[in-house]
Design a binder for this molecule. Structure first.
Ligand code: HPA
Ligand code: ZN
Length: 348
């Protein structure tokens, strides 16, 4: 794909360009955007006790060894969400933050199974999140859509039940995804659920190759027939898979600070984002669970660029990739990419 040849930008000015650059965020879990301050406020509003005395001590607990150690804390945080307004407020807080980071379009993951497991209805969850997306369009001029993630540690039958509960609200969803504990839960466990989602007209993505092997990426592509891979950084271990991803322009929604906090890479300087781009892969930068991993999308960009010595040309490529890989229509993609290009052409 022919891209703009970007003017060089100094290391001092690059963070400002990264902040101002229009972008899409394609991999963030709305429950992972719940900041401790809002968590305490919702607990109080709902008359619930928190396991930690204050915000500071809760934040101190955010130290993880791997994906599972994070998922345990993440799940505990979701217990404060009880009403439609809670889901609205959580999504609203993220969208305000995203708009400030020049996110023009967000595709937001959520999981109803966590909340139905706490006695809430899928309808309440989806309605609250969707109302925040509609308001963000009117107020910030940004687009936002919802992707329902199945929890892969639960059964196929439970995923089917989750999907069927969402069918009356299908117009409020753009797609389905697959999240939670990866190891031991290969994508093919959900082949029939994804086939049903596809028949319903939903777009398909899945987490694969975050901690799990390249084989999980292959089966997400070939069995689930997903259009993007969430994370996918383990693809680097399989040269044939790298060729496939590049050839078919299968985007990877990479989350560098998440990978750092969950110890997928020992340091950001050892992250493979630059190598993925060099291999011609449609990589994007995303925040995953920003309240837990130390940063929203712009912090993911600035810290990763500093650690890897990436350039303005990489920045343009990553932002371009984010619009290309999104589930918006081609005319809207064109408009967003034109704004991106204009930002780079006028930046000095
Ligand atoms: N991986 C898998 N499941 C998740 C994640 C993640 O990074 N964040 C929230 N659920
Ligand atoms: Zn994720």
């Amino acid at each position: 794909m022919t891209l703009l040849k970007v003017k060089p930008v100094s290391a001092e000015r690059l963070p400002e360009l990264l902040r101002r650059m229009p972008k899409a965020e394609l991999h963030m879990h709305i429950e992972g955007s719940l900041e401790p301050e809002l968590m305490f406020a919702l607990a109080q509003r709902n008359g619930l006790a928190m396991a930690y005395p204050d915000v500071a001590s809760l934040r101190c607990a955010y130290v993880f060894d791997d994906l599972q150690s994070f998922l345990d804390i993440y799940h505990a945080g979701t217990l404060v969400l009880r009403t439609e307004q809670d889901f609205y407020d959580m999504a609203r807080a993220y969208l305000v933050r995203a708009a400030a980071d020049k996110v023009l379009h967000a595709e937001i993951f959520f999981d109803t199974q966590t909340h139905t497991g706490h006695g809430l209805s899928s309808d309440l969850v989806i309605t609250g999140l969707h109302r925040a997306c509609v308001d963000a369009r009117a107020e910030f001029g940004m687009s936002a859509s919802l992707i329902l993630c199945f929890l892969r540690h639960l059964s196929e039958a439970e995923a089917f039940e989750c999907l069927e509960q969402a069918v009356p609200l299908l117009d409020k969803l753009v797609g389905v995804g697959l999240a939670s504990s990866e190891m031991g839960h290969p994508p093919e466990k959900f082949a029939r659920v994804f086939a049903r989602a596809r028949a319903l007209g939903l777009r398909l993505v899945a987490h694969a190759g975050e901690e799990g092997p390249p084989a999980y990426i292959w089966s997400a592509l070939d069995v689930l027939k997903v259009e993007r891979i969430d994370h996918g950084v383990q693809a680097i271990k399989d040269p044939a898979l790298m060729v496939r991803l590049a050839r078919d322009r299968i985007a990877l929604t990479v989350c560098p600070l998440s990978n750092l906090k969950l110890r997928v890479f020992p340091s950001l300087a050892q992250h493979n984002l630059g190598r993925l781009l060099d291999a011609g892969i449609v990589a994007t930068v995303n925040s995953d669970d920003p309240a837990y991993f130390g940063g929203y999308i712009n912090q993911n960009f600035s810290q990763t660029f500093a650690a890897l010595g990436l350039t303005a040309q990489h920045a343009y490529q990553l932002a371009h990739n984010s619009f290309e890989a999104s589930f918006i229509d081609d005319a809207q993609k064109r408009r967003y990419i034109d704004r991106l290009t204009a930002t780079f052409e006028t930046f000095d």
